[in-house]
Write a protein that binds this ligand. Structure first.
Ligand code: 16G
Length: 165
């Protein structure tokens, strides 16, 4: 049930009217030179990633068919200004269903207020539904919980646990 999606756009934002010069599209190889990692570094440590490593990893992701990495490009600047990823994970349960994960949602600091986060997150919700995911999950900082609630995400009773290496 996706009726909990109450996110609204003001002014209206849609894939056909993203805002002057802003384009939402899948990641491509050339985005390495358009500041893709600079945007990611606003979320967490990216480490040193060479063009070769990026190419190898991205090729692998494309081969699996389970990675949907979206970017927003400011075509005037020729720079990536926001990104978000949907990953589908395969299950035996729920009649061999897929589960979706939303990861690395980042909007460049200087682009705040343009509702690019809403644009990306709502696009990934529609995509997850289209791909027949039985649920979509994400982890986020406590300050972002209210933002995701607007799209119908609810806090889970399950504990989020991790081992870090
Ligand atoms: C946030 C991100 C997650 C990312 C993590 C990186 C969203 C919705 N969540 O939780 O995808 O992997 O930050 O933090 O964008 P880390 O470097 O501590 O793993």
């Amino acid at each position: 049930d996706w009726s909990g999606n109450t996110a609204s756009f003001s002014p209206p934002v849609s894939p056909s009217s993203p805002g002057e010069g802003l384009v939402l599209r899948p990641l491509c190889m050339a985005d390495f030179n358009r500041g893709f990692f600079k945007v990611l570094s606003e979320l967490t440590k990216t480490g040193d990633v060479t063009p070769e490593l990026f190419t190898k990893k991205f090729e692998h992701m494309k081969t699996t068919g389970d990675y949907y990495v979206l970017v927003v490009e400011d075509t005037h600047l020729g720079q990536i200004v926001a990104t978000a990823t949907l990953i589908t994970e395969h299950k035996f349960i729920h009649s061999c269903a897929k589960r979706g994960r939303v990861e690395e949602v980042v909007v460049s600091d200087f682009c705040r207020g343009k509702q690019l986060g809403k644009w990306l997150v709502s696009t990934l919700l529609l995509l997850g539904k289209k791909l027949n995911c039985y649920k979509i999950t994400l982890e986020c900082a406590p300050r972002n919980v209210a933002f995701y609630k607007k799209f119908g995400y609810t806090a889970s009773d399950d504990s989020y646990m991790q081992c870090r290496f």
